[in-house]
Design a protein around this ligand. Sequence first.
Ligand code: NAP
Length: 518
Amino acid sequence: MSKICLCLTAKTINRNLEILDKYRKYTDLAELRVDCLDPDERLYIRRFPELAGLPVILTIRRDIDGGHFTGGEGVRVKLLANGLAYANADSRFNFAYIDIEDDFDVPSLEEAARTFGTRIIRSCHCLNGIASDIHEKIKSMQRSGDEIIKLAVSVKSTSDVIKMHKASKEITDQDKILVCMGHGGIYSRILAEKFGSFLTYSSALSESEIAGAPGQMDVRELSELYHCRKITNKTKIYGIVGYPLKASVSPWFFNTIFGLENIDAVYVPFPADSITDMLELAEQLEVQGLSITVPYKEAVLSELAKYSPVVQFVGACNTISRTDTGWYGDNTDCAGFSESLLAFLGKKNLKNKKITIIGAGGAACAVASEVHRLGGKALILNRTVHKAKTLASQYNFRWGGLPKNGGDSEGIDLISKYSDIIIQTTSAGMEGYEASDPLELYSFSGKEAVMDLIYTPAVTPFLRRAMVAGCKTINGYDMVIRQACLQYSHFTGGEIPEKLLFQINTSGANTWNKIRSG
Ligand code: NAP
């Protein structure tokens, strides 16, 4: 199983030891980033392994490789030699590993490391996407079987991750470390074992003043939420695909349940810039099921072997599961939305209700179909008007553009005729997007019931205005949990026990937000 390595980037030895002590139970080894230490502190690195009390990697990362060391190579070699000097017969008092680059060529230092049992990590850093000569690089790095080969690539796209995953298969009979740096590669850090990586680097995010590397995850999150150290070849992989996919409650929800129910599975965020490439990667990693979110709910349809009648009717899919003949698609947004809305209103249907739906994307498709099924009459408003028209025409609803500053008042007049319930389904105001209000020119009377499908942040500028005006409001948290329960059944064939669900639903929003704020 892959190990978790805590990357220590504080300016002093003592601060690094303090952080290590606080997070010791979540980590198997530590990396002392000497390049982040104050120059005076670098003189005292030799005793660090003894003080740390667990295996330590000695690293002095150059600025050209994404680190902070700007001194000459002679000085760096001297510092590395100091770290290895006065080797102790008890190897626990020596650095367990030393990270040196593929172009590092000081045989005496490598010899000294080998003599005293310090394993060499031979590293290569590509900061501008995967190098075109990656295969040659890998070949040239395979010098000695006792070394660990480390490839760290700043991935620019999902296709970079695929290339990296394929290239790494060329490293056989030798330990390797694979790092897909950046937000686009975060799942490779959780799935280190599935990527064949000897270890995964992490940080104590709330403590670190200097980032170890882009995309490094919090050590506690990796260990406690994703159970990273328990992932084996048998662990089933599920996840959520979207872009940019900055914040989703789903990894917290599924991994909490997998943990409580003792299910050998992990659910990871897959920020992907192409749904086609993502599904190719999902094949390689043998992913079993995926939640689909913005902006792929419609685009994914062409990738499916089969889909449910609901998907066929609604034209959007938010859940896919692997079958022998390809991906099968379903839509749990529909049921999640209507259950949540009816519970919020205390109603059994939407008969005699006049409703405004803002947006005409994948989520709006599900909302419109449910509003129609439950007997409501609706007006659909969207920034791109023809999409509102296409969706509204399916159900004989009215449609229009979003009223904007400087625009005419027609949209506003229409809303006032469809204002029993206002449902916001656009991504405007969602974390990672501009904090805008898609209905800024409309003044709430206070009588409308208002639902915003967004739940990160918990209150968008739109929802805040509705609350201030005295409207009854709900955000999308309840809906996302309800639809996730249905996804859970799709993925595992089981149901979440009532008691557990109650616990998650009542403590959920708070616990999740607490984790997010560290
Ligand atoms: P999508 O298919 O990409 O559609 C995005 C929609 O937002 C489109 O109507 C788009 O208008 C509109 N939009 C984006 N930026 C806008 C802006 N600045 N001003 C006005 N309109 C804007 O995304 P989706 O899958 O429908 O998801 C939309 C939102 O619903 C997301 O925030 C998502 O998290 C949320 N959601 C929540 C749940 C839940 O369970 N709570 C479930 C599903 C979705 P154009 O057509 O003009 O581009």
